[in-house]
Design a protein around this ligand. Sequence first.
Ligand code: ADP
Ligand code: MG
Length: 239
Amino acid sequence: MLDIQALYKSFGDAEVLKNINLKVGEGEMVFLIGPSGSGKSTLLRCCNRLEEPTSGAIWMDNTNLLAGDTDINRMRQRIGMVFQGFNLYPHMTAEQNVMLALRRVQGKSEAEAREIARRELDRMGLAERFGHYPSQLSGGQQQRVAIARSLALGPRVMLMDEPTSALDPELVGGVLEAMREMKAAGMTMLVVSHEMRFAREAADRVAFMQAGEIVEYGTPAELLAREGGRARAFLGGEH
Ligand code: ADP
Ligand code: MG
């Protein structure tokens, strides 16, 4: 589904990604973990070209996303991205926030956009919140609106960068539940997270990054069983 090959990224003299090779199979949930500054966000951002990699290839459905003739705007509709902050429009209701890109980017009719928005908000457990403004929603609900907005465009892959890091602890569970639901529905997901308990139970594979490289890769069970492995201490943590 998503196949990252020999990816390098430098900012000036600083080589931030070094020969990254990573495959995410259809319907898989792969976690990227590792210390702060190891390049996790940069790697996700390269996948929808919010950052331009220095070299390498990222294949999705037989298209190299980094090729010069790839239509970035079309590609971005197929790669959803959810960040730590929710970036909802404060003057728009939940439903209007989800409808916006459907109308503007995909040219859907008002009625069709509303139907899709309600369906996706409903999936995120927000059936009672269509008409609420972001300020009337908890952080967890806002993040689920942001996820619904991304899913509404029908992406093939979802990239999630610390989707629960900005939330109060009691709100984290609802977002993790939404991610579980997405995976159950067959979504392909590449997730940066510090929720290690969730990673242990939900991840198909875990890539441990350090200083711009993937230094360990495997199922959670494999990494936890690796004596002296660097990922083991990380993944075995309480969060
Ligand atoms: P992580 O998400 O794992 O914490 P990042 O991908 O954010 O790591 O950062 C990896 C490295 O790249 C860090 O050393 C960071 O300072 C550097 N970096 C990230 N973005 C930029 C940028 N726009 N310009 C220069 N350096 C950057
Ligand atoms: Mg980061």
